[in-house]
Design a protein around this ligand. Sequence first.
Ligand code: NAD
Ligand code: UGA
Length: 455
Amino acid sequence: MKICCIGAGYVGGPTMSIMANKCKDIQITVVDLDEKKIAAWNSNELPVFEPELLEKVQKARGRNLFFSTDIDKELMEADIIFISVNTPTKTYGVGAGKASDLTYVENCARRIGEVARKAKIIVEKSTIPVRTAESIRKIFLANGYGDRFQVLSNPEFLAEGTAVKDLEEPDRVLIGGEESEEGRKAVEVLAGIYEQWVPGGKILKTNLWSAELSKLAANAFLAQRISSINAISALCEVTGADVGEVARVIGMDSRIGSKFLNASVGFGGSCFQKDILNLVYLCEYYGVYEVAKYWEQVLLMNEYQRERFSGKIVSSLFDTITGKRIAVYGFAFKKDTNDTRGSSAISVCKHLLEEKAHLAIYDPKVSLQQINKDLEIEEEKIIYCKNAYEAADGAHAVIILTEWDEFKGLDFKKIYKSMLKPAFIFDGRRILNHENLVKIGFEVYSIGRGKKSRY
Ligand code: NAD
Ligand code: UGA
């Protein structure tokens, strides 16, 4: 059997690498229009940083895992085609700012139709609005090659930073198919592949629309938990409660559960915001306006949390940060990834730059080029640092924006000595020992705990 995956990004690359390791009898080729990306997948400098991924790629590459730009050839030869291309928020026209831009998915469907001759299963791996499979089928039918293709929905639930583990031991695999004999057969073929390493009970089979909608709903529920605990964090700060303690108490209720209750400077990433906007758009499209407003509030709370954090920095530093050096620890949207898409660090840094602060930024995996691109600035506007100590040297404040483990082990006495006084720390991830920092002499502000200081 041959598989082709269109899209060698954060999902296509890792997903197919794990599948190739688990199913040695299947030949898998990941294709992309981006030549540089494919060259990187063929090297030892992968375009995606994920713990353990390089070893997995090295084991399978050249054996039954290939990366190529020869898209048409692979589309022609494959028995199963995964569409794993980007589906960003539309920036123009109808639905701008909310709906998903399906241009890339549609381009794939058209190309498949043009070049593929034998019967195939087409799998939607990208996150897409409910009923997209219908549009894909319509493109196939209208062009006269409909009957040869079965469209399945197989959304991906991996989280960045833990992609390898999530793919090797998923909570569940979801496969949606058409309610016809052909549809059911196609679902069984795909389920058979996953069964090579996922227990059968974890493979859920639904209709197409449930599968498409479940992906959006799952992300919306996860993001909603973060906004809920972030809402409580604001109340903690003004009442003297500690959001860590509150989260522990509510998380021990087995009906609620303890995960995704870490208050933070706001969730980032390429998907939560995009997928909730998409959900909101769908609700409005189908006329369920109250439901749209309900989910929109999750995003408004996230924005509020980011603004609250940067506002706290300005007000604590005596209402002006003009010309002040501020050390920024972390720029990625979470630890263990080089991905900055949607990172709260982008919003916070932009606020601080508007206030004319001098930002000294350190992130273990994010490049200067990426930071400049995200902040839409020229090279000289920020100070890019090689380590956390260099960033703090001569700074008025240190702010933690990503929860990288190495920040917990820093020598904060050394950092304190090198900073201007009073020396402030703003912990947007709640990862430091605040009592120790206060003992050293820092003024500490933490999300969900408020201010701690000697004075
Ligand atoms: P990405 O931007 O990292 O990768 C998409 C790739 O598709 C790009 O390399 C692009 O060049 C390529 N591409 C676009 N059109 C193409 C075409 N016509 N032919 C060949 N290649 C083409 O995106 P991603 O983060 O991998 O996300 C892909 C999809 O998976 C999105 O719908 C996203 O919502 C969903 N998803 C992402 C994650 C995640 O953690 N990033 C998790 C689950 C689901
Ligand atoms: C998320 C989902 O967890 C995946 O299941 C899904 O497949 C993926 O989106 C997607 O569709 O793209 P991801 O965005 O990679 O995965 O990472 P998460 O671990 O969900 O973190 C998202 C953001 O929320 C990060 O900024 C993280 O720091 C933040 N977060 C997470 C919190 O602020 N608090 C928490 O308790 C958990």
